[in-house]
Design a protein around this ligand. Structure first.
Ligand code: CP3
Length: 348
């Protein structure tokens, strides 16, 4: 079965669509009561994400409630690190914790190779289950963390603001850093290819923390590894790239040959279209903090966005980052409604 005429796929190809397609990063999660219900029963995040029945159910929850045009697999960018032998926990109030961070070439050499069809078989089964239940026209989205973003978690042992230890390794022990990035590029490429083979119809490369780096460091130490990670899927399905606070890298991300750039809320969308709109589709970039307003206010601001860029081919209506857990589901409903009622070039 081909789903070539899904709105989202058409937008990624920069073909005209009757209205902008819409999906949201973190559209499944803690702001949804039905998610919290599953989580209470399951115990924790990993228990849900690694159980294909629960992962498929949670992936579909926002689709059933709001009717987005894309369903993003309920999983996490850190699963491949766990599969390569790094103990991983998600600690309430703290986020991901990797107890044995990689600090030397010996630690890096001890990583297991990633065999997605064995180590991440639950991902494949989750994708197949979602595909079986996905409403017509809704696109299945897979994803991976980019090598640098994964390296930052593997080296720091969790989320870090400064990336001090990772960047110290990059500068002081570039041989070890390159070895780690090479291992991760291979793992990411294999995992992306596996997701596509199992039914993902488009994929996102999350280089969420690349924005922490200077352009020079990203170009010198990371770019080629991201390119290698994408090589197995470019040209097979649409590929999006995201880097939070990575405006200084957007040109270079587009240069990877991706189909779409996810723009965060810091850059005006009109400016992003001027700079990149002739090369890639653009996805974004509603400030997730606006979703903390009333549904009326969300609808007004979302309509303003449609008025500004809604007529351009190659726009996916989305947030500039993920839905926050404090968000009222009614605000998300209002946002999705604006996309669904929009006609090209005019607000609903
Ligand atoms: O709905 C979706 O977007 C799909 C599922 C998804 C999750 N994480 C689920 C999740 C996706 C695509 C991710 C990607 C991810 N994970 C990124 C890249 C995107 C981005 O946000 O920049 C990053 C950097 C991570 C790492 C990660 N996972 C962090 C920092 C945290 C803790 C912060 C938080 O929000 O709790 C997680 C945990 C996590 N991943 C949760 C979810 C729903 C929260 C789990 C829970 O406690 O219920």
């Amino acid at each position: 079965m081909t789903r070539d005429d899904d709105l989202l796929v058409r937008a990624f190809r920069r073909e005209p669509t009757p209205r902008p397609p819409v999906w949201l990063m973190r559209q499944a999660g803690r702001y949804l009561p039905e998610y919290m219900e599953v989580r209470r029963k399951a115990g924790g995040f990993l228990e849900m994400a690694q159980d294909p029945e629960l992962a498929a159910e949670i992936t579909l929850q926002p689709i059933r409630r709001f009717g987005m045009d894309g369903a993003v697999l309920f999983s996490d960018i850190l699963m491949p690190l766990q599969a390569m032998g790094m103990p991983l926990q998600f600690v309430q109030g703290k986020g991901p914790v990797l107890d044995k961070p990689l600090r030397s070439i010996d630690d890096i050499n001890a990583l297991a190779p990633l065999e997605p069809e064995d180590d991440l078989a639950y991902v494949g089964e989750s994708i197949r289950r979602v595909r079986a239940e996905l409403p017509e026209g809704c696109t299945m989205l897979g994803f991976c963390g980019a090598p640098y973003t994964l390296a930052s978690y593997a080296v720091e042992g969790g989320t870090s603001r400064s990336h001090a230890i990772t960047r110290q390794m990059m500068h002081q022990d570039p041989g070890a850093f390159d070895a780690l990035m090479g291992r991760l590029a291979g793992a990411v490429g294999a995992h992306l290819a596996y997701q596509v083979e199992q039914g993902a119809q488009a994929v996102v490369l999350f280089d969420s923390w690349a924005g922490a780096l200077s352009r020079d460091d990203w170009m010198r130490h990371c770019r080629d590894f991201s390119a290698a990670a994408l090589e197995p899927v470019l040209g097979k399905v649409p590929v999006m790239a995201f880097a939070l606070g990575g405006q200084h890298l957007y040109d270079d991300l587009v240069g990877l040959g991706v189909d779409a750039l996810v723009v965060d809320w810091r850059m005006p969308l009109g400016e992003a279209f001027e700079r990149y709109g002739d090369r890639v589709a653009l996805q974004g970039n509603f400030d997730p903090a606006w979703l903390l307003g009333t549904p009326d206010e969300v609808a007004r601001r979302a309509r303003a966005m449609v008025d500004e860029v809604g007529g351009r081919p190659g726009w996916v209506m989305a947030l500039g980052h993920g839905v926050m857990k404090e968000t009222d589901p009614e605000a998300v409903a209002a946002f999705v409604e604006v996309a669904k009622n929009a006609t090209v070039g005019a607000s609903a």
